[in-house]
Design a protein around this ligand. Sequence first.
Ligand code: NA7
Length: 545
Amino acid sequence: MTGRRVDAVVVGAGFAGLYMLHRLRDRLGLSVTVFEAGDGVGGTWNLNRYPGARCDTESYAYCYSFSDELCQEWDWSGKYPRQDEILRYLNHVADRFDLRRDIQLSTRVSAASYDEDERLWHITTEHGAQVSARFLITGVGLLASAPHLPSLPGLERFEGEWYHTGDWPRHHVELAGRRVAVIGTGSTGVQTIPVIAEIAEHLTVFQRTPQFAVPAQHHTLDADGLRWIKQNYDEVWNQTKWSIGGFPCTPHGRSALDDSPEERRKTFESLWAQGGLRFVVGNYQDVLFDRRANDFASEFIRAKIRERVKDPKTRELLLPCDHPFGSKRPIVETGYYEAYNRENVELVDIHSFPITEVTPLGIRTAAGHHELDVILFATGFDAVTGPLLRLNVTGRGGVRLPDRWAEGPSSYLGLAAAGFPNMFMVTGPGSTFGNIPVVVEHHVEWISDLIGHLRSSGHDTAEATPDAESAWTDTMARAAEKSVIPLADSWSTGSNIPGKPRTVLFYLGSYGAYRRQCDDVAARGYPGFEFSSAVAEPRSAPVSL
Ligand code: NA7
């Protein structure tokens, strides 16, 4: 193999890749190249530019905590950050830490294979460039690099325009005065529908499954709000890092079954008024684990939906009834239900009357034809494994990752996989579920600490053992038994993609519990990893992080 040689190749320049570069290059002194398929840094936030795109975690916790100066100097505009604002933040991070010189944009990794003799990863890009590296670190995100476009017969004949929300074009998409369709009512659909409703001449929403959505209660942040955040950051991060899902929120701490109906109503109303994912992570401790507790929360939300939608038929169609609250990733909305009270918005039930084809002029369902100018697919992503499998990774013994994971993925802590030495995954399958920047930051620090430990102990290679991987798979299965998440079809179980093996893709215990387990492994010298070196290397001075 010819080509450049660096210590580490990082794939992706979103939250994960940017911090990984900083950590490996500026703290460990490694030579690093980051490959990013997109035309800018930002990952998810560079791609998801659909109307209304916004994060649904509070802005002050949807960011890095590693630099006090960064926390203090950045001003968020509101409770939830807009897509362009997060993208600006990540660009600021890239400039502030001088990251751009080691990032190659518009460069998709097309293959990575492990050379056992040289103990190196050989990485090939789609332009044919080759780079060799001791370490391969994936920061490809859970979702964004693998949008799911359902195969609908006739789409190629459609005479209008069509787009996937997760791969939004850079040119202006004219929606004003046009007949627009949105297919999909997950977080993306629910976010974009009320915004498009105000622009389009007519909006047709194609809904397969009604979902539980809680109100964002969005507001702008004034000087007092920003001052509070900056003065309380230590406490915010302490709380966030050990919480249920990496959010700045404490769970209610009681069982929903122990309260009277009136007490429960008060609790739910209070969480509803606080808004957003607090209704999930701040709720009774058993809402996501006990069906009776879950039923109380589910019914509370259904009652709220009934209050907001005027047309009785539309109202009924919008009521989630085939899965428990929280089993699909809960949705945070602003004005979603009110959008259906507008004259120009129509809800089409494609559960009862599926889409049969796209015609040159629109979409035909089993119940009729809808004439359209623009079709927007808000149909989600081939999550977690999709972005990784697209890298065409081949490990030790010529074993391809897609073959190794043909029946579903397995890993050790979601961070490494047996047979793939020195390959580390940020938010890989088997890691935890939660507020992504917080999860990512921990993963980056954990992986870079491991690399520092490896080098300071005179080794060059770390590989998860099959035993550690299988023990972690058992731990994941035990955690999943208690959760409602496996009960729904969704991206967290791979069941949103036809033909994808149905398997729980995350450790479903709490984020804090996951983090403790990872940190315990590090504190004990990384049991579950086999460390080795090509030659007996002299011990170098410990790397200080
Ligand atoms: P999601 O949450 O996966 O939602 C996708 C939506 O698209 C959902 O309503 C699906 O219905 C629908 N869908 C998917 N495939 C089809 C087909 N073939 N026909 C009709 N409808 C379909 O993706 P999002 O982008 O909204 O959100 C992803 C994450 O981003 C979110 O969880 C947050 O973490 C941020 P279904 O429910 O499967 O019946």
